[in-house]
Design a protein around this ligand. Structure first.
Ligand SMILES: *Cc1c(COP(=O)(O)O)cnc(C)c1O
Length: 375
């Protein structure tokens, strides 16, 4: 194996020459942003690809999350997961909302519907679950609770581009779903994001909110933000869409190969794939149990010493960061499934161009620990 570093992910880039014609068009039209041609085309193309009715494109996923909360006028307390990227909860703080963390289901790593009710107070206005690693939440159970308590439901679907359940796109659930097209995600526009909207009226409102609240030249209806996706990002998205099925196909092979070779190693746990036929293979988390000869952090360090940079997604828990750790709900997570997962998880490199040599080397470095014990 060469000594080139292998990172947990690497952005999938189309051939540069395919991007040039888009840039030429932008240079000649001089339309750089504000809902230009590529922005409009990408919205239609994504609706078609994802199987959703309405989408509003954003400059990144975090601004999309913040705007989604604004659009539904969420306030008070929102129930969310501690086992996610920090932007999930930050979007609440930016809206003056108090996050209330609820534990996860140790099988799916998603918000445990059975634990939501106990966290509902008279200040609760919404639930913000995450389809962690692109594995669907128990959307049915969560919707039932939202209906029963009259709560809004906003999915942080940043990991769930293209994910489907038995009935279709996972993004059709809840009141709104948010995507991220950051460079590290399955589908990237350098930076980017989107809100999936259930109807045209909601989309129009969100389109206004992402453009300062402007409805026309002289009318401003809300204290909107600047969250628009620009034309270069949109062009990138249109081009990426042509390659996305191939990219997810390559990820699937890598996922399968890891599974085949790692599942039988004592102390290494992969996530269960049952019911995830429509997945996007965005991450490959493994959980290092006590019967593995190394701790999670020892394995992380061993691989790092060999130039393989895994990531401990999600460690620390969001609830452990300074702006969250004094919340009552954070303190209740000391002995939780989320805490246990965060201490055991290691996300292995997975991206379309990961070479089979690199993948083989990663597997061997993990497996040799168990052979060493047998010796
Ligand atoms: C990446 C990510 C975000 C933020 O998206 P950006 O496009 O980077 O702003 C939000 N939530 C989750 C779960 C993410 O993984």
């Amino acid at each position: 194996m060469t000594n080139k570093p292998v990172y947990v992910t690497q952005p999938d880039l189309p051939p540069l020459e395919e991007f040039i014609p888009y840039l030429e068009e932008i240079w000649s039209s001089k339309v750089l942003t504000n809902g230009g041609r590529f922005h409009q085309e990408l919205e239609s193309a994504l609706c078609k690809y994802l199987g959703v009715e309405h989408i509003s494109l954003f400059t990144n996923g975090t601004i999309a999350l913040i705007t989604a909360l604004q659009a539904l006028r969420i306030s008070g307390e929102v129930i969310t997961t501690p086992y996610s990227f920090v932007a999930t909860a930050h979007s609440l703080l930016w809206n003056g909302i108090d996050p209330v963390f609820v534990d996860i289901d140790p099988k799916t790593m998603n918000l445990d519907p059975k634990k939501i009710e106990a966290a509902i107070t008279n200040k609760t206005t919404a639930i913000m679950p995450v389809h962690c690693y692109g594995y669907p939440c128990d959307t049915h159970a969560i919707q039932e609770i939202a209906d029963q308590y009259n709560l809004k439901l906003i999915y942080d679907a940043a990991h769930a581009f293209g994910v489907k359940d038995q009935q279709g796109s996972i993004l059709r659930h809840g009141d709104l779903s948010i995507l991220s097209f950051h460079a590290t995600k399955v589908f990237n526009t350098f930076e980017g994001g989107a809100i999936i909207c259930p109807d045209r009226k909601t989309k129009e409102h969100i389109d206004h909110l992402k453009n300062f609240g402007f409805v026309n030249e002289t009318t401003v209806v809300a204290a909107g933000i600047n969250g628009k996706m620009n034309e270069v990002q949109s062009a990138m998205g249109l081009l990426q869409l042509k390659h996305i099925d191939a990219a997810i196909g390559k990820r699937k092979l890598i996922d399968g190969y890891y599974r085949k070779n790692l599942e039988s190693i004592p102390g290494i746990r992969c996530m269960n794939m049952v019911g995830n036929q429509g997945g996007n293979y965005s991450y490959f988390p493994i959980f290092i149990d006590d019967d593995f000869p190394l701790t999670r952090d020892e394995l992380y360090q061993k691989l790092k010493n060999r130039n393989i940079f895994t990531r401990r997604y999600f460690y620390p828990l969001i609830s452990e960061f300074p702006m969250y750790r004094n919340l009552t709900s954070s303190k209740l997570l000391m002995d939780s499934n989320a805490k246990a997962a965060s201490m055991k998880v290691l996300c292995l490199p997975i991206y379309p161009d990961l070479s089979s040599e690199s993948q083989q080397a990663i597997i061997e470095l993990i497996a040799e620990e168990c052979l060493a014990i047998l010796d």
